[in-house]
Design a protein around this ligand. Structure first.
Ligand code: COA
Length: 356
């Protein structure tokens, strides 16, 4: 039997995109009624107006499967040979969630694994997909970022309950030609484990298994917001500069900055440090909050109709670990058929947003 030859492509291109958010809307007013916070504080300190929470019984794989189905449709349903699911909230601690998603999408016995890099998960997963295709190992990869933070945040913790929402975003990347619209390139990835306590769920792993005596404080997600804010700005700006330099682009060349949707003040600060006008920074968090690994592909899906073929995009993220990274992409001019996006009412950016 002849050996299977794996041709190495010249480039990797984005071929499909889809997003999904649950229908349950949590407004700032809803939070105001049960937490020591106000709509005004949340809007001016984060830019967030609403977020989406999964319905009772809905899990990360349900959202990931729907986003994946939409990405596959937008790419014309190509044969997929690898699924990477970036998530911090898998359906179960064991096994991984990606194989279940692959099976529900009818993809057959393809390679499928979860990747854990918290809010940087999508950029990390995209980098692994890029390498897998460039090496000739895989031809078409479904990359999904999906998170359901409503399952791990403490509803009584105003530091986190105001920020996070649930959702999933997915892309298809595959073999392409150098210079083709849609080409992904110039990945820059980093981590710093000395800061692992800044963003954490303490219990539930091998260090502190969950048992009858587990405290709520250890079971829930915690975040040192102020420290995370400063590190996120510095890390995303630094990584973005490297990715831009590796692409041979300047900040003026960037048509769209798609930064992890953590806080509008972080987005503005990163854009300002890089010298990218704020109107070129995509703002999606006002309607869905911080959706962790889903945030970049969801923001792409939300704004897809505004992008033009060949637009130069800079992607960057920061998350727990800590982890961070950046990548560049030229827009492929694909169509995103996503009726669910109609549910996300577009609102204007908060005019009274405080800059520091
Ligand atoms: N509602 C009302 N007041 C609040 C509040 C809330 N939800 N949270 C904090 N406050 C109060 C504080 O108690 C403090 O009061 P004081 O001045 O009387 O002491 C004041 O507001 C300022 O608190 P601070 O923690 O300095 O707020 P901040 O401006 O840093 O905003 C975050 C807090 C969490 C919104 C912000 O730090 C942030 O977005 N960090 C990054 C989070 C993130 O992106 N995480 C994901 C990364 S992947």
């Amino acid at each position: 039997m002849p050996a299977r030859t794996k041709r190495k492509p010249d480039a990797v291109v984005l071929q499909g995109l889809g997003g999904y958010v649950p229908t349950g809307v949590i407004t700032n007013q809803d939070l105001e009624s049960r937490l020591d916070t106000t709509d005004e504080w949340i809007r001016t300190r984060t830019g967030i107006r609403t977020r989406r929470f999964a319905a009772e019984g809905e899990a990360t794989s349900d959202m990931a499967t729907e986003a994946g189905r939409r990405a596959l449709a937008s790419a014309g349903n190509p044969d997929i040979d690898l699924v990477i699911l970036a998530t911090t909230t898998p359906d179960h601690p064991c096994p991984a969630t990606a194989p279940a998603v692959a099976s529900r999408l009818g993809l057959g016995p393809v390679a499928a694994f979860d990747l854990a890099a918290v809010c940087s998960g999508f950029i990390y997963a995209l980098a692994q997909a890029n390498a897998a295709v460039l090496s000739g190992q895989n031809r078409n990869v479904l990359v999904i970022g999906a998170d359901m933070f409503s399952a791990i945040i403490n509803p009584e913790d105003r530091n986190t309950a105001i920020i996070f929402g649930d959702g999933a975003g997915a892309v298809i990347v595959g073999a392409g030609e150098e210079g083709q619209p849609g080409q992904v390139s110039a990945f820059d990835l980093h981590s710093d484990g000395t800061c692992q306590d800044l963003i954490k769920v303490t219990a539930g792993g091998s260090r502190m298994p969950v048992n009858a005596g587990t405290l709520d404080a250890d079971r829930f997600f915690t975040m040192q917001g102020k420290e995370v804010f400063a590190k996120a700005v510095e890390a995303m700006a630094g990584s973005s500069r490297t990715a831009l330099a590796d692409s041979g682009w300047n900040a003026e060349d960037v048509d769209w900055l798609i930064a992890h949707q953590a806080n509008q003040r972080i987005l503005n600060r990163v854009a300002g440090v890089l010298g990218i006008p704020p109107e070129r920074a995509v703002l999606h968090l006002d309607r869905v909050g911080n959706t962790s690994a889903a945030s970049i592909p969801l923001a792409l899906a939300d704004y897809a109709s505004k992008f033009s073929k060949g637009d130069k995009m800079l992607l960057t993220a920061f998350g727990g670990g800590t982890t961070w990274g950046a990548a560049t992409l030229s827009w492929p001019g694909i169509t995103v058929t996503d009726p669910q996006q109609d549910l996300i009412e577009r609102t204007t950016p908060c005019p009274s947003l405080q800059s520091s």
